[in-house]
Every structure is written in C-alpha cells, then in structure tokens.
Design a protein around this ligand. Structure first.
Ligand SMILES: [Cu+2]
Length: 202
C-alpha cells in the first residue's frame, strides 16, 4: 500500500511541473494601430503568422449582421471550428452568398429576423455577398489559431493578444481597401512572462 501512494504523489508533482512550464513560456502582446490622415476609420484585424500549435479553441459563436443594407462587421475574424451566424436585422430579405475564390460555397436567402449558420471548413479568406443588394460585401477570415483581434478605430487603436508562445512572429494588420483586403506586415518578438508592445502606423 505504501509503495502505491508514493507513485501517485510523484505523478501529481510531475503534472504540476509540466503545467507551470507551459504557462511560463508564453507572453502577452499589446499594440496600437495608428491610422494616418486620409485613412478610413474602419476596423482593422490583427493576427500573428507563424505560431505553432496545439491551440486553445474559441468556442463562442461569431456573428455577422445584415443591417441597413450593410454587413456588420465588414471584416470578421474567426478560428477554424467557430460557427458563424448571419442575421437579417432589416425589414426586408437578404441572402448570404459565400465564396472561396470564385467558388460558391454557401447560398441562403433569409427574411427579416431570420438567421443562417455556416461552419467554415478551412482557414483563409472568404468573400460574403448579398445577391439582392449588389453593394453589400464583407469578408470572413478564418485562422488556425486564436491569436487575432479586431481593432475598432472608432473606439480605440489598441489591442491585446495573450498566452502567445515565446518566439519570433510576423504581426499582420489587415485592412479593407477598395473592396479588397490589404495586409501590412511587421516582425515582432514575444518574450515569455512579459507584456511585449508594438506600435504600428499605417
Ligand atoms: Cu441584401
């Protein structure tokens, strides 16, 4: 009996050491995305390129609204595995037409107050249109990892990413310009147990 209890307690100690080692190898990134004059005050997306898994999964549902003949938000970042819900908040019908490149993947008409659900199958960039109102368009960006954030420039230019494995990465800022996506890249280093900072001006 005595021998057995020793085995159990050393196993618990081993697990505890493993967990604390994992936690101490990560750092935080806080940043500011400053927009120079002449740029529209619309949202930016920031994400990290080159982070290796495994990753924590975000399980909350992501939402995109159809309101005033506009997709809100225009740029929606999600993690692979996160479901996207589109809602018609107008008093008339819309449809949700999703493209991967030129390939149509999803096409659903929805009336006032109705929702449709979509689960992206792979990472990358998806174009979302409404065929009823040609002026409506949006993008959904799907990432393998949870290291992305929305910067709502009308509220704040700041963002925070947490629990990033220490290492060197590329920080990418995504902006919607003339109906297309444009990316701005910058090399960054994440040091463990530190709040790393970055300021980018576009
Ligand atoms: Cu529409």
């Amino acid at each position: 009996m005595m021998k057995r209890s020793i085995v159990v307690s050393s196993l618990i100690l081993y697990l505890a050491v493993q967990l604390s080692a994992a936690a101490s190898d990560t750092g935080t990134l806080t940043g500011k995305i400053k927009l120079t004059k002449g740029r529209k005050n619309e949202n930016s997306i920031v994400y990290l390129k080159g982070v290796k898994g495994p990753f924590v999964s975000l399980d909350q549902v992501a939402k995109m609204d159809q309101k005033g003949k506009t997709f809100v938000p225009h740029l929606l970042p999600v993690q692979k595995g996160q479901e996207v819900i589109f809602r018609d908040s107008d008093a008339f019908s819309h449809n949700v037409h999703i493209y991967w490149g030129k390939r149509s993947l999803f096409n659903q008409v929805q009336g006032p107050g109705q929702n449709s659900e979509w689960l992206p199958r792979r990472t990358g960039e998806y174009l979302v249109l409404c065929d009823i109102h040609r002026e409506m368009s949006a993008f959904v960006l799907v990432f393998e990892h949870p290291f992305f954030a929305v910067v709502d420039h009308q509220v704040s230019e700041e963002f925070t990413l947490e629990n990033i494995p220490a290492g060197m990465y590329t920080l990418v800022v995504v902006r919607e310009e003339r109906g297309d996506l444009k990316e701005y890249e910058q090399e960054i280093t994440i040091k463990a147990n530190e709040v790393n900072t970055v300021i980018t001006e576009l």
